[in-house]
Ligand binder design. Sequence first.
Ligand SMILES: C[S@@+](CC[C@H](N)C(=O)[O-])C[C@H]1O[C@@H](n2cnc3c(N)ncnc32)[C@H](O)[C@@H]1O
Length: 237
Amino acid sequence: MMNLGSDASALLTRVPEPELMDDDDQARAYAEADFAEPHNHFVQLLQETFPQLPQSGNALDLGCGPGDITLRFAHAFPAWSVEGWDASEAMLNYGYQAVEAAGLQDRITLKKVYVPQSDTVSDTKSDTVSFPLIFSNSLLHHLADPMALWTEVKQQSGAGTAVFIMDLMRPTKRETARNFVDLYAQDEPEVLRKDFFNSLLAAYRVDEVKDQLVQAGLGGLQMRAVSDRHLIIWGQL
Ligand SMILES: C[S@@+](CC[C@H](N)C(=O)[O-])C[C@H]1O[C@@H](n2cnc3c(N)ncnc32)[C@H](O)[C@@H]1O
């Protein structure tokens, strides 16, 4: 857990970024970027976190973007199907093409869905329509109201659902965010470097995510930093 020290007021204030990545240039740059290393790491951590997942099932990828992780998951879990939800048509269009190119239309369904579909968790939701696995990468920091993610997780889960979320952590200083861009996105196009910088400033801190989970009644989920800029939140409901 991050040590906040005594002067929390000196910490970098969150700077929200637009929720949806629906600008065509931005979506293209993101869809064409090489995320092999971090996205394989995501799937590997998911596998290590849940070594006892059922042999097959239907997973939900929230904020799937152009579907790169959705596809990597489908390759790593060949008996599973997966639904990817995103509200950006520009992103989904790249995703539809990628799914078709991989010939995985029978196991991957991408849908235009704004998260959360509803502000409240329905009292009548039935365990029979829940997903046994819900995962998400880099959606949380886009959300103006972070409770959107946790509300959707609750709405789409049932008893035993495995939850695996990864996102960026906001650094304590603006200068650190700049250094991360130079270190990890040195050769990327300017549009991606800018996105990465803005995303670091929009990300939530560990203590903020902890408060969100408690507020959502998901305090049983666990959380840890897995790099200098990424955290994971996981658990079984
Ligand atoms: C940084 S991208 C991550 C995409 C993908 N998960 C990945 O790791 O490559 C964030 C995605 O979340 C989507 N998004 C942001 N807010 C959303 C919302 N409220 N509902 C649905 N999608 C949203 C954006 O359109 C964008 O495609």
